[in-house]
Design a protein around this ligand. Structure first.
Ligand SMILES: Nc1ncnc2c1ncn2[C@@H]1O[C@H](COP(=O)(O)OP(=O)(O)O)[C@@H](O)[C@H]1O
Ligand SMILES: N[C@@H](CC(=O)OP(=O)(O)O)C(=O)O
Length: 444
């Protein structure tokens, strides 16, 4: 079985959905399709949840009306048979009524998750009905029956596999299974999400769970590009990446992949292909166990980074100092991304600032604290990158930009720079021009 994930733009209109149908019907073999909500829908649901939180009821009704029009319009374009059309609309109406009655509840994280995941339920039902009307047999699976993920960072794919395989065994004889991305049940069996963009993660969790032969992530661009195409011109798709290279790029901001997408498949050695729904013939990117070539592959950037500096003379020659600092971050379950030290100071970065005030007040006992928000980590990635003699040019290129921290040597595949977000686009452009366009860094 292969797992194929189609993102919001791939299911964002009737024309795109017809492309998806052509892609799946031209590829033989059994498939598990993971679908996102239509593009823009989850953003609207986020606004609805915010409306419930702030008591802004008028906007909620307006937004639910918009969602109804959008999905009814899609049904009218896709489903011709009047009685099927009507049946599908009545199921969608019922789901929107559940959404609306949920909006009269008191806001909670649980309610927010139920609101946010409605888009995937609506779209998968319409898509499954459309395929059936086109005589393409399929079974719609409710992700809440098997996406039982207690630990978001380290999902138990074995358990998910047991639940899903039991369901697959008793399902009708179909080659095509369809389920919702993004949704999970948490340790208390409440509906929750895999965080924004999480359908990619659903695909790799399910791929690992059923030991799929491969995972395909279909989106609106032909593979992972060597730089962020939203900010930089003349980028190109990277044909092949190792799991480690792709994991670094996803974690450090390459938006095409949810940050945790790669981790479930590394141990299972299942290849992941990134493909374009709108030009399916394009090669895209293959992510697999070994990097086929060494050297620079791509650059990504992760925003909303906060740098914390702890300055203390007590650090001089002292052992155990770093342990105490790390214990504070551990206590507040806050992950550290970058770290540099000198004899009297330590600088580190975090992206989760929910407990920043508490962390700072505890760190103050160890030294003088300074905090810089609105920074970006620029991550330069490639197998054995630091053996590449050309990388020293990186610092010449950036001599005009203030670099707050550098991480070099932690992994041989990655050099990270911390810059003020105001300089991010300038840095991405300069690196693209000098490292790729002038080809200063050669493969080692
Ligand atoms: N390095 C990169 N390579 C490819 N796409 C990238 C990269 N960085 C950012 N992107 C953006 O990611 C988008 C695809 O991701 P996303 O919008 O989440 O798609 P989907 O809705 O299919 O999940 C692309 O349209 C592109 O603008
Ligand atoms: N619909 C969810 C989940 C998702 O992964 O969407 P997409 O595949 O369009 O990034 C979101 O917008 O966050």
């Amino acid at each position: 079985m292969k797992v194929l994930k189609f993102g919001g733009t791939s299911v964002g209109s009737a024309a795109s959905i017809r492309n998806v149908k052509n892609i799946i019907s031209s590829r033989p073999g059994s498939k598990l399709l993971v679908l996102s909500a239509m593009s823009g829908v989850t953003n609207q649901l986020v606004e609805i949840s915010a409306g419930v939180k702030n008591g802004n009821v008028n906007n909620i009704f307006e937004s639910i009306r918009n969602l109804r029009e959008k999905h009814f319009g899609l049904i009218d374009e896709l489903i011709e048979d009047p009685s099927v059309n009507e049946d599908v609309k009545s199921v969608i109406s019922a789901q929107l009524e559940i959404l609306q009655s949920g909006c009269s509840e008191k806001w909670s994280e649980d309610l927010e998750a139920r609101i946010l995941t409605t888009g995937e339920s609506l779209l998968t039902f319409i898509f499954s009905s459309y395929l059936k009307e086109q005589n393409i047999g399929n079974t719609l699976l409710d992700a809440r029956d098997f996406m039982h993920i207690s630990n978001l960072e380290n999902p138990d794919t074995g358990y998910v596999g047991e639940l899903l395989n039991d369901i697959l065994k008793t399902s009708e004889e179909n080659d095509i299974f369809i389920t919702q991305g993004f949704v999970r049940l948490d340790r208390n069996n409440n509906v929750s999400t895999l965080k924004r963009g999480g359908s990619d993660y659903t695909a790799t969790i399910l791929g690992a769970a059923i030991r799929a032969s491969e995972i395909q992530i279909w989106t609106d661009i032909s593979g992972l590009h060597n730089n962020d195409p939203r900010f930089v011109e003349n980028t190109h798709a990277v044909a092949q990446l190792s799991f480690e290279e792709a994991a670094e790029l996803a974690y450090f901001g390459a938006k095409i992949l949810h940050p945790q997408t790669i981790s479930p498949v590394i141990g299972k050695n299942i290849p992941v292909y990134l493909k374009n729904t709108f030009t399916p013939e394009a090669q895209g990117t293959c992510i697999s166990a070994i990097a086929e070539r060494k050297g620079l592959k791509a650059i990504s950037a992760k925003d909303d980074i906060t740098a914390i500096k702890i300055k203390s003379n007590r650090m001089l020659m002292a052992h155990g100092f770093l342990k105490k600092i790390f214990e504070v971050f551990d206590k507040y379950e806050t992950a550290i991304d970058m770290i540099t030290t000198s004899e009297i100071a330590i600088s580190l970065t975090i992206d989760d600032i929910r407990n920043l005030d508490l962390i700072i007040s505890e760190l103050e006992q160890y030294g003088e604290i300074s905090v810089d928000s609105s920074h970006s980590i620029i991550c330069v990635v490639g197998e054995s990158l630091i053996e590449d003699k050309g990388t020293s040019r990186l610092f010449e290129i950036l001599q005009d930009v203030p670099v707050r921290m550098i991480s070099y040597g932690g992994s041989s595949n990655n050099i990270s720079l911390l810059v003020d977000t105001r300089h991010k686009i300038e840095v991405l452009k300069k690196l693209n021009e000098k490292l790729f366009e002038n080809n200063l860094v050669k493969s080692v």
